[in-house]
Design a protein around this ligand. Sequence first.
Ligand SMILES: [Zn+2]
Length: 743
Amino acid sequence: MAKKKRKRRKKKSLATAQVKKESFQEKPEVKEKTPLKRQKKFILYAIPFLVVLFGLLFFIVLRPKSEVQRADSLNVIIITLDTLRADRVACYGYDKAKTPRLDELAEKGVKFENAVCQAPLTLPSHASIFTGLYPPSHQIRDNGAYYLDQGFQTLAEIFKEKEYNTAAFIGAFPVDSRFGLDQGFDFYDDKFEEDEKFKAFTSERRAEDVFKSFQEWFLGNFQSKFFVWVHYYDPHLPYDPPSPYREEFSDPYDGEVAYTDFFMGEVIDLLEEKNVFDNTLVVVAGDHGEGLGDHKEIDHGLFLYNTTLKVPLIFCAPRNLPSQKIITFQVRLIDIFPTVLDLLNMSVSADAQGESLIPYMDGKRKDNLVSYIETFHPREMFRWAALRGIVDGKMKYIDAPKPELYDMEMDPKEEHNIYQEEKQVASRLKKDLDGLIEKYSSKSSSRRGLSSEERERLMSLGYVVDSSPSEGESSDFPDPKDKIDVWYTLQVARSLQRRGEDEKAEKLYKKGIEMDPDCSLHYLFLGGLYLKAYRLQEAYDVFKMGTKALPESIPLHDGLAKTSVQMGKYQEALNECEAILTLNDRYFNAISLAGLLYNRMGENEKAIEYLQRAARIEPENKLLLLDYARVLSISGRTEEAIDVYGSLKVHYPKDFRIYQNLGITYGNTGDLEKSIENLKKAIELHPTALAFFNLAVALEKTGRIEEAVRYLKAYLRTTPEGDTARKRMAQKKVAEWEINLNR
Ligand SMILES: [Zn+2]
């Protein structure tokens, strides 16, 4: 910030110097003809003139714009910067930060200095941003196992109804389309790696790639109205900024933040380049912060402290919102939803839980907005108590087994729990909190409890599930504060594993299981470590132990299923898929894996059913669609297979496998010309023995023997060593054909 300000000041004085120079330019002529007295007189006249000139200049150029102008047809871009802790941004007071683009945007718009997220977790927080609802209402309590029900109305859906072009560019798996945030988006780019059959929990891509995808879309769409979400994930663990940020920053988190800031700026530059910036509302927000070791929390999701709750929040619309405006009152991410609608003259539903921030920008409102806060991550992943709390801008109450109360003004770092001293305040806040929970809790849940039938189903698969407490029910789960050492052990093990020190990580994961056998993550990461190292039996044992201890943990069943596949235990893998689908019938990995397993076990109609279901959840998954089309084709449903290949060709015109498989399918239907055309295209992209062989067969059938010989020879050259029936047949055919041709 300091740097930026200095720069700007320099610019201003340069402008002043120019004005002065111009004002006196006519002087030399006068000077030659006139005595000194007249020169003084001129200066005397010039002073009021200059004062007026500077006044005007200030009024036109430098005066902060103060009013809000609502407008019907603004474009909207929401940029979420994942894991960006407010106090690590320069314009939020951190002098080691290099965030010139965020600082600049704040200067051009409205900066909320005290914005809080409602849950310090990626999916729940984004769900709150896009629905304007608290987590008890939208029912997304953690990453990975919840999805936003179709019944909720999202910002994207509202804009789509208003005939905006809607598109989202996603940086990481926690907000993958399968979790339901894609509602209302015409285009939702959540491709992290192209050739990925199963996206991992850790799948992500750099801001640079997210930006490139946005840029490509934007250049074709900026001329019509748009509503866009750009999601940059880089400040999330692991902190691994690319050069030159890696070298420039001693703290890699700061490096990731600076890198992300650069690409946030690229979005703005692109808008300016195409002259749409002035007609666009840009909202930039962190989804949650990061512990960075404060309160012994390294990442986020375990606690409800400011480190992970306070996020940057900036609104900028050059023609419509004030500039250089700083709001210090507490606001919430759920307020983005009604604010955007309010600025665009769209009606805000009476059910909205956030409030429009326009009155703050107009200077008409001056109070803190009370926020409900929660994290269910401790309960979901560790079987520790979920935390819920309330923060009114001055006091924060956290409803934990050991309750906490903080005076945010006196103790912003939340180091002194004054619950014992201020029990009256605490009980007033607890009452308010209970009121909020009562008011906002939804009756339905995207992750309901198990029916007795489902329990029986799990029992038949060898798992005994006890009932976990539902919303509002008290539990005797431990306080996460008391389990911080377990959490810390896990974090250290993970960072060792990321550095490649597997042996040390393995020991710590094992220690973690001993410390707390109810925590799923130790099993999960240890099993993952073994699986990656192809230590299959050990991976199997750990996942098996984990699923027995925690039969409701889907990721553990998932790990056991994948390990079983690698060990050739197909039936067991299928049982694990069934267990997962009993717990969550939308779980993509289990659906698609079950499809592949049925195919391998020869039950193709069942395989098709599952693969079809999986493709509905992840229609952009190329490998899944290739499998789906392949199974259709071998089941004789060639027309359907050809349709799937056809749409794949449109999206992936450079993938040889699509042409190769399509060529073979056409060959089976007897459409030889199409078979030849596609196989030749496949060979052009990437020659394989399989394509050469099938092409030779098709050519032979059309009587083009000379060409067929050429490709059969190519097949023999490229096919792996060793004697096979197909090879012998090919050799025989080549010999026969050559004799015939030479005759
Ligand atoms: Zn996040």
